[in-house]
Design a protein around this ligand. Sequence first.
Ligand SMILES: *[C@@H]1O[C@H](CO)[C@@H](O)[C@H](O)[C@H]1NC(C)=O
Ligand SMILES: *[C@@H]1O[C@H](CO)[C@@H](O)[C@H](O)[C@H]1NC(C)=O
Ligand SMILES: *[C@@H]1O[C@H](CO)[C@@H](O)[C@H](O)[C@H]1NC(C)=O
Ligand SMILES: *[C@@H]1O[C@H](CO)[C@@H](O)[C@H](O)[C@H]1NC(C)=O
Ligand SMILES: *[C@@H]1O[C@H](CO)[C@@H](O)[C@H](O)[C@H]1NC(C)=O
Ligand SMILES: *[C@@H]1O[C@H](CO)[C@@H](O)[C@H](O)[C@H]1NC(C)=O
Length: 476
Amino acid sequence: MNSEFVSSVGHLKVNHVTRCRSSSCVRCSKVCGFILLLIFIVGSYMLSSERKTLLFPPYLLEEDLSEDALRDAVRNIATKVKFEARRVPDVSESIGLEKHMFSVIPQHFLPNVKNPCWFEELRGNVSEDPYRSNLFGRSRQIQLIFERLSGSFRQRLRRHDGKLQRLRCLPYFYIIGQPKCGTTDLYERLKLHPDVRLTPPKEPHWWTRKRYGIIISGERPHTRFPLDHYLDLFDPVAIQIQQSLLGNSSSGIITGEASASTMWDNNAWLYFHDNSTWAEPPSLVLDSIHALQPDARFIAILRDPVERLYSDYLYFGTVNKSALDFHQKVCESLRMFDGCLRDAGLRACVYNGTLNNAMTVRLQVGLYVVFLLDWLSVFSRDQLLVLRLEDHASNLTLSMSRIFRFLRLAPLSDQRQRQISRRPASNTRHASDRNLGPMQTITRELLTLFYAPFNQKLAEVLRDESFTWDGRSEHA
Ligand SMILES: *[C@@H]1O[C@H](CO)[C@@H](O)[C@H](O)[C@H]1NC(C)=O
Ligand SMILES: *[C@@H]1O[C@H](CO)[C@@H](O)[C@H](O)[C@H]1NC(C)=O
Ligand SMILES: *[C@@H]1O[C@H](CO)[C@@H](O)[C@H](O)[C@H]1NC(C)=O
Ligand SMILES: *[C@@H]1O[C@H](CO)[C@@H](O)[C@H](O)[C@H]1NC(C)=O
Ligand SMILES: *[C@@H]1O[C@H](CO)[C@@H](O)[C@H](O)[C@H]1NC(C)=O
Ligand SMILES: *[C@@H]1O[C@H](CO)[C@@H](O)[C@H](O)[C@H]1NC(C)=O
């Protein structure tokens, strides 16, 4: 629709020019053109000097600013970007916040099992269906899995020291982000490795949202999903691991999940801590994961944040989607983010749930390095694999073999490798959205300026220049 619109405008211009030539008004148009040019120069000079006073508070990014003024305003944001180390809370603080979690999950997992698993004492009535009240069962797909699991539940129990026990597992690895960067594609391809078991849902969003009772991002909390409901999701894997244990073989099976909110979404803290001051969250989702699973492994797949934002907008947007609408939302969100940075630090703004819910495009999700530095404040660099979607898409075999090595999985036969690489890409842009065309050049320029200092820092932290996405590296 949009490209049709553009081409019809182009057509009009062509018609106008040819008509002028044919009616011998060339000299006239030269004079007119000169006068118009003069008016334009004087006018834009007056406009820009008038804007100068407006360029400063209250709002840096007025919707009707000239393109140059917009660029200046965005460059001005960069001057306020300061990367500061966070205060890492004590493990005892995290334990204090999540007493139940630490009473359920042991400090040490079974030694002869690669995946983190343990035997949990069964409390309560053995005859009851343990999955009956699981809140994830609201999804029909998960409910069917629970029905099957409850049928075999009693046979799976083992008696130990006079007590009944069940095997429980947590993920060995997490695909932590980012949205619209290829997490679904990774998840689907990883499933094809014989030692990887990934059960639905791909994105439980338990750590960031459901455990706080947030079902849909941006909504207020409702019923909180207990830890046991999350653990139930890994019971199909636990059964397979238990079977290999019974056969006296050590188990190399691993499981994971791919909630693309894990890396960045800490918006829930707003509802559970003092939110009255300009402050940073006292602890992050990653602190809870670290306290429970200090040895877990994490995969983050990233892409040019400018492209990510447009893809995010097209995917999650509903009405009025167009390049112009995107541009307006980008300007509006840049203005809000800039307003926040004037009063608060970078991390306070990135983790400000009120601001994040108010911005009409999710600018903060592309500030990868802010999140990465926080993850690296508790996890070691070799526990995190950071990939670029551009690289993943250009050589799937290479990308998947890096992931298999990172997860300490056995190398695959060539045939299996080919099968995994040839699988068609998952979750690509809808045809209807492709018809909307690319974003406007000015929007791309503003976003590139906005993200540049963050990408620069990211490349520094990862010691890899390709994370600047500055055009010198190839685009896929
Ligand atoms: C256990 O649950 C079963 C099935 O719901 C019920 O028939 C039985 O009475 C319960 N037993 C106890 C001790 O509550
Ligand atoms: C597993 O090993 C234990 C002791 O090492 C032995 O008693 C048991 O019979 C073995 N089970 C199987 C299924 O081989
Ligand atoms: C902030 O905290 C207050 C009091 O704890 C709470 O009532 C309020 O809902 C919180 N803010 C938001 C946006 O939920
Ligand atoms: C978050 O941002 C909102 C709106 O920009 C602001 O009113 C609020 O004070 C900020 N809160 C914190 C904790 O920074
Ligand atoms: C969509 O566009 C129409 C017309 O421009 C406008 O009236 C309406 O408020 C817009 N809706 C949203 C949700 O932005
Ligand atoms: C992908 O990478 C592998 C290993 O580096 C290389 O052998 C292969 O030629 C690459 N394939 C493509 C399509 O670039």
